[in-house]
Design a protein around this ligand. Structure first.
Ligand SMILES: Cc1ncc(COP(=O)(O)O)c(C=O)c1O
Length: 435
C-alpha cells in the first residue's frame, strides 16, 4: 500500500500546482485594446455588440449584460415585481447569491430540497413548499448538472409563478434540446473569472419576453425607461441602482462567446476523461450524466461513500490536498458546499440595519424558520460531495492524471486503514473551523 503524503509518503504531484485560470487569447487582448483606444470605457457600443452576440448564441430575443451574476438575478426578480411579503422558492445547494438575491427584493427565500443525484431542486418538494405568497422559483443548474424543468414549469403555470433559471454554472447545457436559461422567463448567467466564459467580473440575462427585457434594462441602469430614449435620464420613478457592465468587460465577453462552444466541449472532454480514469474506484460516486439532456461541467464533483471509506469528507479533503493536486486554501470557497439555509444570515434572520427585515417584516404574513433538517438531502450532499477539480479548458492531461491518481491513492489507503481498524484523524480543529 502506497504511503499517503500526509503520512510522510511522496505526494502524487511534486511539480508546480495545477493552475486555475481563464482562457484569454490574442482575440480578447485585441478587443480590449480596441476599446481602450476608443476611450469609450463605460457601457456603449461594445456592450451592445456583446448583448447581440449573447442573444444570437442562445437563439433568444434579448440579452442584457450586467456587472455580475448576482445583479443578473436581482434585475430579473425586480422585473417580476417581487417585493415585500412575497416568497420565492430557492435551493440550498448553491452559491449564496442565488438565495440572497431574494432578500434584496425584501422577499423571503423558501428552501426546497434537492434530488440526491443531480443536486438540483426536487420538483416534489418545491410543490410542497408553494403557498399563496409564492411568486417565483429559482432552480440552479449546479456545476452544469440539469434540473427537471418540465414539472417545475407545470407548477409555474398552475400557480402563476415566475421562473428564474440561475444558470451561472451551466452555460451551454441543454434540457430536452432547449438551452438552459431560455426555458423559464429569464436565465441568469455569471462570467466571473473561473466560470465557463469569463470577463473578470460580469454576468448577463437572457429572455424571450420583451416586457421583462424592458424592465430589466431599466433596473440595470437607474430604472431608466428605454422607450424614452435620451430623455429617460430624468425619469427616475422607481427604486434604482447601477448594475451596468463596462465596454472593456463586454469586449472580452464577445470574444469569449465566440469561443464558448469550444471551451464547453473541452470541459466535457476533461470531465469524461476523469470519469474514465475513476470508473472502477470504490467508495466514490462519479457525476451523473442526465436523462433530461446534455449537461455541462463547471467543476467535477465526486460523492464520497463514508461507510466504504471509513471517514468523513474533511479527512479526505485534507489527505488529498497533501497529495498536491489542490490547495487546501480553497477548501471553503470552491471545494465544499455549505447548505445555504444553515448560513447565519438565514438562521439568524439577519437584515440590513440590524433588523430582521424582511423575515419579520409587517408585510410578510407567513412564518419562516431555517434549521438543520429542513433540507435533508442537501445537508447530506454537503457532507459527502467533494468539488474535486475545475475542468477548465487549459488543463493538461497530466493534470487530470495526477488528480485521478491522487483520488485513487487516498481512497485505497482509507479503505485499507478501515479494514485494519486504523483511525483516520487528519482533519484538525483548525480545518473544521474554516468550514
Ligand atoms: C450558482 C451561482 N449563482 C450566482 C452566482 C453569482 O455570480 P457572481 O459571482 O458573478 O455575482 C454564482 C457565482 O459566483 C453562482 O455560482
Amino acid at each position: 500500500m502506497e504511503k499517503l503524503a500526509i503520512d510522510g509518503g511522496t505526494p502524487v504531484r511534486t511539480k508546480a500546482p495545477i493552475i486555475e485560470t481563464d482562457v484569454f487569447e490574442q482575440e480578447e487582448l485585441d478587443a480590449l485594446i480596441e476599446v481602450a483606444k476608443s476611450k469609450k470605457l463605460r457601457r456603449a457600443e461594445a456592450a451592445l455588440e456583446y448583448e447581440r452576440t449573447i442573444a444570437e448564441w442562445f437563439g433568444a430575443k434579448h440579452a442584457i449584460a450586467v456587472s455580475s451574476g448576482t445583479t443578473a438575478l436581482h434585475i430579473a426578480l425586480a422585473a417580476f415585481g417581487i417585493g415585500p411579503g412575497d416568497e420565492v422558492i430557492v435551493t440550498p445547494y448553491t452559491f449564496v447569491a442565488s438565495d440572497t438575491a431574494v432578500l434584496e427584493q425584501n422577499a423571503i427565500p423558501i428552501f426546497a430540497d434537492v434530488d440526491p443525484v443531480h443536486l438540483t431542486l426536487d420538483p416534489e418538494d418545491v410543490a410542497r413548499k408553494i403557498t399563496p405568497r409564492t411568486k417565483a422559483i429559482i432552480p440552479v443548474t449546479i456545476s452544469g448538472s440539469l434540473v427537471d424543468m418540465d414539472p417545475l414549469m407545470d407548477l409555474c403555470k398552475k400557480h402563476n409563478l415566475w421562473m428564474l433559471e440561475d444558470a451561472c454554472q451551466s452555460l451551454g447545457a441543454k434540457y430536452k434540446g432547449q438551452m438552459v436559461g431560455t426555458i423559464g422567463h429569464v436565465g441568469a448567467f455569471s462570467s466571473i473569472t473561473g466560470k465557463i466564459t469569463n470577463t473578470g467580473e460580469g454576468g448577463f440575462v437572457v429572455t424571450n419576453d420583451t416586457d421583462l427585457y424592458e424592465k430589466m434594462w431599466g433596473y440595470t441602469d437607474f430604472a431608466r425607461r428605454r422607450s424614452l430614449g435620451p430623455a429617460s435620464k430624468y425619469h427616475w420613478d422607481l427604486p434604482c441602482t447601477n448594475y451596468r457592465i463596462t465596454n472593456m468587460q463586454a469586449a472580452i465577453g464577445t470574444q469569449q462567446m465566440h469561443r464558448a462552444w469550444d471551451m464547453i466541449h473541452k470541459r466535457t472532454e476533461n470531465a469524461d476523461y476523469l470519469s474514465e480514469k475513476l470508473a472502477d474506484v470504490p467508495g466514490i460516486v462519479l457525476p451523473a450524466k442526465s436523462e433530461w439532456g446534455e449537461r455541462v461541467y463547471f467543476y467535477y464533483l465526486i460523492r464520497l461513500i463514508p461507510d466504504v471509506l471509513g471517514t468523513d469528507m474533511l479527512n479526505f479533503a485534507v489527505a488529498l490536498a497533501a497529495e498536491g493536486v489542490y490547495n487546501l486554501r480553497y477548501l471553503s470557497t470552491t471545494r465544499w458546499m455549505i447548505p445555504q439555509h444553515l448560513e447565519p444570515v438565514f438562521v439568524n434572520k439577519a437584515g440590513y440595519g440590524g433588523t430582521k427585515c424582511p423575515f419579520e417584516c409587517p408585510w410578510y404574513e407567513g412564518n419562516v424558520e431555517y434549521y438543520e433538517g429542513l433540507c435533508p438531502e442537501a445537508e447530506k450532499a454537503c457532507g459527502e460531495v467533494f468539488w474535486l477539480a475545475s475542468v477548465h479548458p487549459l488543463l493538461e492531461k497530466e493534470d487530470l492524471d495526477d488528480i485521478a491518481e491522487a483520488v485513487k491513492k487516498v481512497v485505497n489507503a482509507f479503505i485499507d486503514k478501515k479494514e485494519k481498524g486504523i483511525p483516520i484523524n487528519y482533519a484538525t480543529d483548525a480545518h473544521r473551523a474554516i468550514l
